[in-house]
Design a protein around this ligand. Structure first.
Ligand code: CP
Ligand code: NVA
Length: 329
């Protein structure tokens, strides 16, 4: 398998075999890291990390992953560069592409990361756009495979806002890898029909299925994985909170929901999560709407069904695998 020189912009661009290869590579890097085996085979290379939105996991994963591989990193924060304000993406791409061996981009529209990739001349990795979050899906699939030993045939249920980056990307990943994907939410939050159609094509090849439903009981019966994400994503206006709380509360992941699923069902969340009053936004929402938890209850988040911190650790191993494969480690 040779992925050298490839961009990593959306999983739509990768075959199931290529995705499985990246998962194997990540598992191998994880073993090496845990065993203290050095793997700095990309010494002398450098990567640029552009973040137009904030991040904890993705930034740290790219930095630690790059350092473990022997590479240098330069972090460009949401305000500290000329990007988009004084310099176009096309010009930025050509400047950074002449200095760095790879570029990570987190920001707004998918078309921005695509334009960066078109002109950079070096691999560009999508660290989250409004539409897709492909590195997150690799971590999720690695976590699921570690739990169940397989991916094919598992029943995966996504609850909440399924028309944004996480819902879209999970539907792509599941349908490529043979899982049965269900989006369980109010119909206005279903993923866009065009993408559903594409994913139905992937599912046909892989043996998976796609289901969209508003019925929680039907959706979660027999589920192996229940997944959710924040109800309001980065870049969305504060005004939408009220509507989201009203419309998505029926799709909150509670212990009752988990208990309707398979006995072995696990809970996943890309994080950060609003499961208690430990965040500034969580407290503001509490003051305004009187609720303590949003997309997931604290009981589920902290329960023995939750694998969210294993999942977060896997961000690093999988992002390292993406950099290594596309830079030819
Ligand atoms: N899951 C995820 O992308 O987290 P960060 O926003 O902290 O990078
Ligand atoms: N949907 C969330 C994912 C964060 C990792 C957002 O875009 O803010």
């Amino acid at each position: 398998m040779n992925l050298k020189g490839r961009n990593f912009l959306t999983l739509k661009d990768f075959s199931p075999e290529e995705i499985r290869y990246l998962l194997e590579l990540a598992a191998d890097y994880k073993r090496k890291k845990h065993d203290g085996v050095m793997h700095d085979t990309l010494r002398g290379k450098n990567v640029a990390l552009i973040f137009e939105k904030t991040s904890t996991r993705t930034r740290c994963s790219f930095e630690i992953g790059a350092h473990d591989l022997g590479m240098g990193t330069t972090y460009l924060d949401p305000s500290g560069s000329q990007i988009g304000k004084k310099e176009s993406i096309k010009d930025t791409a050509r400047v950074l592409g002449s200095m760095f061996d790879g570029i990570e981009y987190r920001g707004f529209g998918q078309e921005i990361v695509e334009e960066l990739a078109r002109y950079a001349g070096v691999p560009v990795w999508n660290g989250l756009t409004n539409e897709y979050h492909p590195t997150q899906i690799l971590a999720d699939m690695l976590t699921i495979r570690e739990e169940f030993g397989t991916l094919e045939g598992l029943r995966f249920v996504y609850m909440g806002d399924a028309r944004y980056n996480m819902g879209n990307s999970l539907m792509i990943g599941c349908s490529k890898l043979g899982l049965h994907f269900t989006a369980c939410t109010e119909s206005k939050y279903f993923p866009n029909p065009e993408l559903v159609k594409i994913c139905e094509g992937y599912a046909k090849e892989s043996g998976g299925t796609i289901t969209l439903t508003e019925n929680v009981e039907e959706a979660v019966k027999g589920a192996n994985i229940i997944y959710t994400d924040v109800w309001v994503s980065m870049g969305e206006p504060d005004e939408v909170w009220e509507e989201r709380i009203r419309e998505l509360t029926p799709y909150r992941v509670t212990m009752d929901v988990m208990n309707m699923a398979d006995d072995n069902c696990i809970f996943l969340h890309c994080l950060p999560a609003f499961h208690d009053l430990g965040t500034g936004i969580g407290r503001k929402i509490h003051e305004k709407y009187g609720i303590n938890e949003m997309e997931v209850t604290d009981e589920v988040f902290e329960s023995d069904k939750s694998r969210v911190f294993e999942e977060a650790e896997n961000r690093m191993h999988t992002i390292k695998a993406v950099m290594a494969a596309t830079l030819g480690a």
